[in-house]
Design a protein around this ligand. Sequence first.
Ligand code: SF4
Length: 78
Amino acid sequence: MPGIFIDVDIDESIRSDAEVAKRLEESCPVDIFAAGEAGVEVVEENLDECVLCELCIKAAPPGKLRVLKLYDGSALEA
Ligand code: SF4
């Protein structure tokens, strides 16, 4: 089930990047990202566990990942 409060916007250019996928998987403390065979996967059932720590933003190439706060329309981004 998708998040009610949080979503993530991943740029197509990094979706299939195995190295980025691994970094994201390792960075998120609540396991919202997984490194799958096709690259970056989002674990939808964990989205609302996001603690807004910005570690994923720092792990991704600048401007390629946003954490969307659906509850107020703002976003975390590099
Ligand atoms: S802000 Fe933190 S908790 Fe939220 S998705 Fe990024 S790494 Fe995970």
